[in-house]
Design a protein around this ligand. Structure first.
Ligand code: SER
Length: 586
């Protein structure tokens, strides 16, 4: 069964069971600089898991585009992916364990036709924070899983939380038995010998873990499930790796035709990173030296290094992109729409990297001459790391160049430094994920409302051509990008600032409305990405000043904002200006 058929079957199945199909949120979380990428289907739904009412109801289902970069350096083996699609269904205070488990069982055995004997499940064993989940185990048995294939494990295996703080709970995980012989007498779903492959995770989210490590009960009992699409396609097709499925196979084959050196890991890295980069660019990501942009840069550069490794001409990139888009456009029609942007961003980054490689070579020559002067015949690991870290110069290229010149390289020292660096960046990205998920703080909420007022004021002062093009909020400031061709005059800036402050002084209530998307548009509501919303939308209305499609959260009244001050107005990109502003106490 092809991946897209599995996706369609899934959404139809849950729709039949009363779920509303909601669109995938973008890979790049809006208004949330503290999270790098959307990493799970539940992430955009956190406010609703915490009790906010979702406009589409209490039963939802979707496919969610996800990027997880913690394992980026593992890509190339037979299973790791940075981009993947997660199918999910949610109960927001609606059904709980019994119905959730019955639906999962029916979907797996009746829709996907997986024999019940091929399934094993795990449940939470219980500890001081939450009881043993015998309810789930009983539900599984009742559904048709035999007792000897129901296992219990502790928090490490059967408890799910995103980061350190937030909604969480015991989970029950489903495993597919590949039929491989057990690795030992104790072989079970928690071991990673490859016999059991995890396919689905149902989290029974009825707890909230706070920063101090304490658990409390949520207002409502939720279900959050996640099924990895690529993995399921691989298993149902009887393939050994996701790269053998129709998602990657055409690109893998093309690479095999083009390569002059054979290396399956390199082919996987290229195919995987190309897909991830395309998806990130399609959702508005651009390469840069920090955060998300840096991840994208790394993905593209790593792909290029491996193209070089296989001795595939970089002029083949447009062909590979084209082929990938043709292959994936049925699953992601946006790829086709953004084809030209995707191509130009990747090619531009390739050109920059080629220059980097040239500069790196120069730097290498300098370092080699230094070593010669010191009478050394070795390039030490610190130099290899500096070339890698500062110039993006790959260690294997350093090694090659060194050996051509009769030098050795200390790759062991490099590896140590690299591991240290990796650990730091891993901690960094986990920190990021943790920070943004659980709550939008009071200050960020104020800034969020301020962006709506600013958007409205800009339209008043500059004209109706002004539309939001981006926004980024931290505790310290807001940044707002909007369509406008020329630099704002001081007079214009002052007018906009005064107008926002006037709206604040007017103490206008901020209303949250739910309505049909078409009605919202008819009312003139602003919307940045129309396609991403479902038929029923949440709209925030601030008196007669502003009306925007938006998920919130917002303050209750504009008077809460304090004083609005524009700090900077500058160009963001062609036809787009950027304002940085702050809110201060009155
Ligand atoms: N949030 C859970 C996961 O990511 C289930 O969707 O696995």
């Amino acid at each position: 069964m092809k991946a897209i058929e599995i996706r369609n079957k899934y959404l139809n199945f849950f729709e039949k069971h009363g779920h509303k199909i909601i669109p995938s949120a973008p890979l790049i979380p809006e208004n949330d600089p503290s999270v790098l990428f959307t990493t799970a289907g539940m992430q955009p739904l956190v406010p609703y898991l915490l009790g906010e009412k979702h406009p589409e109801g209490t039963r939802l289902t979707d496919y969610q585009k996800c990027v997880r970069t913690v394992d980026i350096d593992e890509v190339g083996d037979n299973r790791h992916l940075t981009y993947f699609e997660m199918l999910g269904n949610w109960s927001l205070g609606d059904y709980f364990k019994e119905e959730s488990i019955q639906m999962s069982y029916d979907f797996l055995t009746k829709e996907l036709n997986i024999p019940a004997e091929k399934l094993s499940v795990t449940c939470f064993a219980g500890d001081e924070d939450a009881p043993r989940d015998t309810v789930s185990a009983e539900c599984w048995e009742k559904a048709g899983i035999s007792k000897d294939r129901i296992y219990f494990f502790g928090k490490d295996d059967n408890w799910w939380i995103a980061g350190e703080e937030g909604p969480c709970g015991p989970d029950t995980e489903m495993f597919y038995d590949t039929g491989k012989p057990p690795c030992s007498e104790n072989c079970n779903p928690s071991c990673d010998c490859g016999k059991y492959v995890e396919i689905w995770n149902n989290v029974f989210m009825e707890y909230f873990k706070s920063k101090d490590g304490k658990y409390s009960k949520l207002e409502q009992k939720n279900v959050d499930t996640g099924l990895g699409l690529e993995r399921m396609a691989m298993l149902l097709q009887g393939k050994e790796t996701p790269f053998d499925t129709e998602i990657f196979a055409p690109v893998m084959e093309k690479l095999e035709q083009l390569q002059k050196n054979d290396d399956i890991n390199s082919r996987r890295i290229i195919a995987e990173h190309l897909r991830s980069s395309m998806m990130i660019i399609c959702d508005g990501g651009r390469p840069s030296n920090i955060d998300r942009g840096y991840v994208l840069r790394r993905l593209i550069r790593r792909m290029i290094r491996h193209l070089n490794k296989l001795q595939i001409s970089l002029d083949e990139l447009p062909v590979l992109i084209e082929l990938n888009i043709n292959n994936l456009k049925e699953m992601y029609p946006d790829l086709e729409k953004n084809k030209e942007v995707i191509k130009s961003v990747i090619i531009e980054e390739k050109d920059k990297f080629v220059k980097t490689l040239t500069n790196g070579e120069k730097e290498f020559t300098k370092e080699m001459n230094k070593a010669i002067q010191n009478g050394e015949k070795q390039i030490n690991g610190q130099v290899v790391f500096k070339l890698y870290d500062t110039y993006g110069f790959p260690p294997e290229v350093t090694k090659e160049l060194a050996e051509e010149n009769g030098f050795k390289v200390d790759l062991k020292e490099f590896d140590n430094l690299f591991k240290l660096h990796q650990e730091k960046s891993r901690l960094g990205s986990e920190q990021k994920f943790k920070g943004g998920l659980a709550s939008t703080g009071e200050i960020e909420t104020k800034y969020h409302t301020a962006t709506h007022l600013l958007n409205a004021a800009l339209k008043q002062v500059l004209g109706s051509h002004v539309h939001q093009r981006g926004s980024n909020i931290t505790e310290e400031r807001m940044r707002f990008d909007f369509s406008h061709d020329s630099k704002m005059t001081d007079e214009e800036k002052k007018q906009v600032e005064d107008l926002v402050n006037k709206y604040i002084q007017m103490a206008i209530p901020v209303e949250r409305l739910e309505m049909k998307k078409d009605d919202a548009i008819a009312m003139g509501a602003e919307a940045m990405f129309l396609d991403k919303y479902g038929d029923i939308v949440t709209v925030y209305k601030i008196g007669d000043v502003s009306i925007e499609l938006c998920g919130g959260p917002h303050v209750k009244n504009t008077s809460e904002l304090g004083k609005f001050v524009i700090k900077k107005e500058e160009s963001s990109s062609s036809g787009v200006r950027r304002i940085k502003a702050i809110l201060t106490e009155n």
